[in-house]
Design a protein around this ligand. Structure first.
Ligand SMILES: [Cu+2]
Length: 367
């Protein structure tokens, strides 16, 4: 046999040896995957069919500006909830020496926090200030329906629109403007959070706070005029500022919320983007619970840093065990120390040396 034929023969042989086991493995994997889908009983799991509960009464939603959260609803029935929100265009401080022309929901960046209950019939009324320069609308990620509501809420300056939706899925959802060009409306500050409280409620905590990360792409105007959006920086995903609650320092110093040692804390955290994902971390704490991606279940315990995608959220819970200043950061750390993504929660109370105690050294605790 020539060396060429020998080589061909070896090649055919080795291919046979390899191909047969691969076929067996592939068949095994397919069967295993099929069993995984159908379950051991063989019945296919179903996407839930949601019952629509009876709607009793009507109430107007209480809306809050960050870092405040509306109180838990404590209702055991569904109701009709009226939500009224106005879009505006206002000039406000973004950072020291940087005023910016924000586009807002409710004169606030982030927009007002909305809290409804699973099963509620939400009647949403959007108005656009007559001082606005452009139309706005709203896409609530909690909405099951065209555009999350954006398809039916295009609202001219001085106009209004309304629609209703059922809060079918519990969880924490971003809302945002979706008028073209969408990135411009989002980059100018048009986002907020709506929480659809599970019908059984969440565990009672001592404090709930509203935290939203977003980034800005600011371009200086003419002397004396506010900064506006730099579209090129936006396209390049190169922000000038990354912030919690709409401006540099919105959650630091005198703006930092205060809790006491031993109290439990829940943070409703959103990421308005428009581009960056957040590596959300609290320096000096561990999240006892994370409701991953803002869903309605605790998906992880004992977490250091949780990823929050642009247009997404997370709920985190912890107990403040020792006094000091907790520091909220995007742990993509240049954003924190060079672009503004720092917030604080002050924990007041007695030292807890059984948990934390300085033994020796020149450092000191930060409270
Ligand atoms: Cu808009």
């Amino acid at each position: 046999m020539s060396s060429a034929r020998e080589a061909k023969s070896r090649s055919v042989f080795s291919r046979t040896v390899v191909v047969v086991p691969l076929t067996v493995v592939a068949t095994f994997l397919l069967l295993t995957a099929a069993r995984g889908i159908t379950g051991s009983s063989g019945a296919r799991p179903s996407v839930p069919v949601r019952e629509l509960p009876d709607v009793k009464g009507v109430e107007t939603a209480t809306l809050t500006s960050a870092p405040l959260v509306p109180a838990p609803l404590n209702r055991d029935y569904a109701t009709k909830v009226v939500v009224e929100l106005e879009t505006t265009e206002i000039v406000r401080r973004l950072a020291d020496g940087v005023d910016y022309t924000f586009w807002t929901f409710g004169d606030a960046v982030p927009g007002k926090f909305i809290r409804v209950r699973e099963g509620d019939l939400v009647e949403f009324k959007l108005t656009n200030s007559k001082t606005s320069g452009v139309p706005h609308n709203i896409d609530l990620h909690a909405v099951t329906g065209p555009g999350g509501g954006a398809a039916v809420t295009l609202t001219l300056p001085g106009g209004s629109s309304s629609f209703s939706f059922r809060a079918l899925n519990p969880g924490l959802y971003i809302y945002h403007c979706a008028v073209s060009p969408v990135p411009m409306h989002v980059a100018n500050g048009m986002y907020g959070l709506i929480f659809v409280e599970p019908k059984e409620g969440l565990p009672v905590v001592d404090h709930e706070f509203y935290i939203l990360q977003s980034e800005f792409y600011a371009k200086a105007g003419k002397p004396g005029e506010p900064h506006t959006l730099d579209m090129e920086r936006g396209i390049d995903e190169n922000p000038t500022h990354v912030v919690f609650n709409g401006s540099v320092g919105a959650l630091t110093g005198d703006n930092a919320p205060t809790v006491r040692v031993g109290e439990s804390v829940r943070l409703f955290v959103g990421n308005g983007g428009p581009n960056l994902s957040s590596s959300f971390h609290v320096i000096g704490e561990v999240f006892d619970h994370v409701y991953g991606e803002g869903g309605s279940e605790i998906t992880q315990r004992n977490v250091q840093t949780t990823m929050i995608p642009a247009g997404g959220s997370a709920i985190v819970e912890f107990r403040a065990e020792v006094p000091g200043t907790l520091v909220l950061v995007d742990h993509a750390i240049f954003r924190a120390f060079n672009k503004g993504a720092i917030g604080m929660i002050k924990v007041l109370g007695d030292e807890q040396p059984a948990v934390f105690k300085q033994l020796e050294g020149i450092g000191k605790t930060n409270h």
